[in-house]
Write a protein that binds this ligand. Structure first.
Ligand code: MG
Length: 390
């Protein structure tokens, strides 16, 4: 086991890797949720083939996505861990096909595994950490949205004392955090920038206001240098060049001590902020915090987020606690449902539907191309100034 001496007093801590790999490999009744048989098959592969490779694992679903949370000592991006996930997703896809599930294998864009699932369809969030004496973290998974959905809650939790009083009150937080932000429109390699809160606050805000292009990849404590957040950043339509499903993101967030408190991380989700997602991946809808294992319903949405809180010790996970099952969130869900219906009342107009370059269907492009040929410019209708110039 990889152990190292992190403290002058000789306390031994262990380096472990938390890996989350997620994919939509088929669901019941449309884009609602995977079947029990599919989940069981994926769990079976992870348990059997992961023996000796993993320290622990949890298989869960959020909407139509399956997430594999795995702990091990092999570091981020390890080919054996990624291959195990790929094999589990393939096995689950076979079950999906046998059951006639919708979208069987839809996020597996490559025919065969080639060393790392990044760029092959599944979403990935991983971090290698020096395990603290107590190591609490929250695993978030969202469905019917994209990685930009985390821009607002991460900015609020790690950069805004209006949300996180710890930034004022706790000496371990007052030094601030480093944000690593990725330009996901760039497809030729990872294009990233590092910015520091609080002094780069306006620069961070200028990027994060555009969640379809700039997304938070990771956040780091400036006091300890330790990683606080790892989020998945893949945009499937940038990989495949066409609509292949939404890029439903996952995220790991370490909490307490040098990081914000769990409640400071959860608080922004009470806003139900509007995100890209819902119906055909083409609409703006509010993000609803829901209990673990929730499916999808209204308008193929609303976009949902689940949160499973864990502690981990020497790679062994506790049972998950459901952070959004508390009665407080019932009222939030009511308000988010109202926001969703308010937006839906304006159909396809204006802010309800995503802008043209984010629409994930090409039908409307063909329609507009055809109509373009039938436009005509009226004779003598140019402005006087334009007539003079020409
Ligand atoms: Mg999904």
């Amino acid at each position: 086991m990889a152990c190292r001496n992190h403290h002058a007093l000789g306390e031994m801590t262990m380096d472990i890797t938390l890996s989350v790999l997620k994919a939509d490999i088929g669901s019941i009744g449309g884009h609602i949720a995977p079947s029990e048989a599919l989940l069981a098959r994926v769990r079976e592969v992870i348990t059997r083939q992961g023996a000796g490779l993993l320290l622990d694992s949890r298989v869960s679903s959020t909407g139509d996505d399956i997430a594999l949370l795995m702990t091990h000592v092999h570091g981020s991006g390890h080919p054996d861990v990624h291959e195990l996930a790929w094999n589990a997703f393939q096995a689950g896809t076979d079950t999906a096909r046998r059951q006639g599930l919708y979208g069987a294998g839809q996020d597996l864009l490559a025919d065969a595994f080639s060393g790392n699932v990044r760029g092959m369809g599944p979403g990935v969030a991983e971090m290698t950490i020096a395990e603290r004496e107590a190591e609490p973290f929250v695993f978030f998974a969202a469905d019917k949205t994209d990685p930009g959905a985390f821009n607002f809650p991460l900015y609020a939790a790690f950069a805004d004392p209006m949300n996180t009083p710890g930034l004022l009150l706790s000496p371990s937080l007052t030094e601030g955090f480093t944000f690593v932000i990725m330009d996901v429109a760039h497809t030729g390699g990872d294009r990233v920038i590092e910015l520091k809160a609080p002094e780069d606050l306006y620069r961070i805000a200028a990027l994060l206001r555009d969640p379809e292009r700039y997304v938070v990849e990771s956040v780091w404590s400036r006091k300890s240098g330790e990683q606080a957040v790892a989020a998945s950043t893949s945009r499937l339509h940038n990989i495949a060049g066409k609509y292949t499903g939404k890029d439903d993101p996952v995220m790991l967030v370490r909490v307490q001590k040098d990081f914000p408190a769990t409640g400071e991380i959860l608080a922004p989700f009470a806003t139900g902020h509007y995100v890209g997602g819902g119906m055909r991946g083409s609409h703006n809808m509010p993000l609803m915090p829901v209990p673990l294992g929730s499916g999808i319903s209204y308008f193929d949405g609303p976009p949902i987020i689940t949160g499973a809180a864990f502690c981990v010790h020497e790679g062994k996970l506790t049972e998950p606690l459901d952070v959004f099952s508390h009665p407080f969130w019932n009222g939030v869900r009511r308000q988010v449902a109202d926001k969703a219906m308010a937006m839906r009342r304006q159909g396809f107009f204006g802010a309800a539907m995503l802008p043209m370059d984010e629409l994930e269907y090409t039908g409307i492009t063909s329609l507009l191309d055809e109509l373009d040929q039938h436009f005509r410019v009226r004779e003598d209708s140019a402005e006087p100034l334009q007539r003079e110039i020409s």
